[in-house]
Structure formats: structure tokens, C-alpha cells
Design a protein around this ligand. Structure first.
Ligand SMILES: NC(=O)c1ccc[n+]([C@@H]2O[C@H](COP(=O)([O-])OP(=O)(O)OC[C@H]3O[C@@H](n4cnc5c(N)ncnc54)[C@H](OP(=O)(O)O)[C@@H]3O)[C@@H](O)[C@H]2O)c1
Length: 236
């Protein structure tokens, strides 16, 4: 029996990349996975197909988190999707992975792009957690996906790095608040993750998913408020 048998997990931004890897891994551990996407429903369906091919269970939920009420819409659709799948209302694992990048150096960064970075990378996870808290079960897990860019200076992504720094501050404060309910809150910070065009040895989405799966498992019940970087020792 998998470590997450009988559990329900929501992974935001699971239509591709690292989010897809996390969704597949949590489903392989037995969770019913809600695959969230922003715009690309076909890609999210692709994630579900891969999970089902591996013998897992998943449903999709779409919501644009750059919209001020995107988090609320996500919650409404989440409960509808779970009901349609015959699952009880409630969540055991929340992975805040959806993210926007770009923006450039300070001189190039527009106020509009910074506002969008803030909406998707910081505001949405904060308000999503706030809204989901009553339905997050005891011994639940929250994993926020940040970046090595909060530890290593990346001036060409200054706005992005700032939003990830705020996400890490949220992790720490919440870990203390939610400890009494047995809910852990941790950050996983990838370094540069390998794509098809990279020829360097870099971590893969599956490597990031491995750490998330550990934090989501009963084995990590005493690990909270931590920032775990999965970057192979990038610039240490
Ligand atoms: N890749 C790396 O090298 C790297 C390094 C460090 C940290 N990270 C972090 O790891 C996480 C995943 O990165 P990734 O490279 O796999 O990302 P990605 O391939 O760009 O995928 C981003 C995901 O977020 C969703 N998303 C984007 N904008 C959204 C919006 N407005 N509303 C809702 N969903 C939205 C996308 O959904 P749709 O396509 O459906 O819109 C997609 O599923 C992010 O938190 C990122 O900051 C990545």
C-alpha cells in the first residue's frame, strides 16, 4: 500500500513541468490527485492520462491565479470535481507549485509584470491556504515550491525572486500556526531543472517530486517550517 493511500492532494500548476512530475509521484503513492492548470486544459488532461496509465487516480481543475478571485474559483471547482469523482470534501496535501517567471532586471521590470508575479506566486498561495484551511485534514501537508533564487543572487529575475522570498516567509509563519493541528508546512526550492534542451547534469522534475513525496508522507511528520533545496549543491 502506498504512503498516500486514501489521501487527496491538490497540485497547482500540474499541467506540465515540475507540477506534472509532482502530481504523478503523489498519485503513484496512492493519492487521488487534483491536477490544477491555469490555461492549458489539454496539457492537464495529459497529466491525468499519464497518471491513469500508471494505475493512479486524478481529476483536473482550471483557474487563472492571476485573477484576483482565481483562488476562490479554484476552491469552488475543487469541491465540485471531488464530488463528481465520488470523493469526500477535504484535502490532505496541498502543493503550491503554479508560478510565473520573467520580468528581467530592475530597470526592465514593469509594475504590471510585478503585479502579476505577486498575484500568482504569492497572493494566490496565501489566499488559497486561507480558504482551504477549514477543509485541510489533521496531519495534513502544505508544500510551497520556491526557488534557489532566494539564496543565490539572480538580478535578472529580481521580481520573481522577491515573490518567492515572500512565499518562504509564509511557510515559516504558517508552520508555527498549524503545528498544533499536526499540519506541516515546508518549502522545496529547486535549482535549475533539466529540460529537453539542457546538456548539463541537472535535477529533473522527478527529483523535485521525490522531495515533495517525502514531505507529504507520514515519515516527514516532524519536519516543518523547513526550506529544502533540491539543486545538487548549486553554488554552495
Ligand atoms: N524549472 C525550473 O528550473 C525551476 C527552478 C526553480 C524553481 N522552479 C519553480 O518550480 C515550479 C514549477 O516550475 P516549472 O518550470 O515546472 O513551471 P512551468 O513549466 O512554467 O509551469 C507552470 C505551471 O503553472 C501554471 N500557471 C502559470 N501561470 C498561471 C496562472 N496565471 N494561473 C494558474 N496557473 C498558472 C501553468 O499552467 P498553464 O500552463 O495551464 O497556464 C503550469 O502548469 C514553480 O514554482 C517555479 O517557480 C522551477
Amino acid at each position: 500500500m502506498g504512503a498516500l493511500e486514501g489521501k487527496t492532494a491538490l497540485v497547482t500548476g500540474a499541467s506540465r513541468g515540475i507540477g506534472r512530475g509532482i502530481a504523478r509521484r503523489l498519485a503513484a503513492d496512492g493519492a487521488l490527485v487534483v491536477v490544477h492548470y491555469g490555461a492549458d486544459e489539454d496539457a492537464a488532461d495529459g497529466t491525468v492520462r499519464l497518471i491513469e496509465k500508471d494505475g493512479g487516480r486524478a481529476v483536473t481543475v482550471g483557474a487563472d491565479l492571476a485573477e484576483p478571485d482565481g483562488h476562490a474559483l479554484l476552491c469552488t471547482r475543487l469541491w465540485e470535481a471531488l464530488a463528481a469523482a465520488g470523493a469526500e470534501r477535504g484535502l490532505d496535501v496541498l502543493v503550491n507549485n503554479a508560478s510565473l517567471t520573467g520580468g528581467g532586471h530592475l530597470a526592465e521590470l514593469s509594475a504590471e509584470h510585478y503585479d502579476r508575479l505577486h498575484l500568482v506566486n504569492t497572493r494566490a498561495p496565501l489566499l488559497l491556504i486561507q480558504r482551504l484551511l477549514p477543509d485541510l485534514r489533521e496531519d495534513g501537508r502544505i508544500v510551497n515550491i520556491s526557488s534557489a533564487a532566494t539564496r543565490v543572487a539572480v538580478p535578472e529575475s529580481i521580481g520573481y525572486a522577491m515573490t518567492k522570498g515572500a512565499l518562504e516567509a509564509l511557510t515559516l509563519a504558517l508552520a508555527k500556526d498549524l503545528g498544533p493541528r499536526g499540519i506541516t508546512v515546508n518549502t522545496v526550492a529547486p535549482g535549475h531543472v533539466a529540460t529537453e534542451t539542457d546538456d548539463l547534469p541537472l535535477p529533473s522534475p522527478e527529483d523535485i517530486a521525490e522531495m515533495v513525496a517525502f514531505l507529504a508522507s507520514p515519515a516527514a511528520g516532524w519536519t516543518t517550517g523547513q526550506r529544502l533545496e533540491v539543486s545538487g549543491g548549486l553554488l554552495i
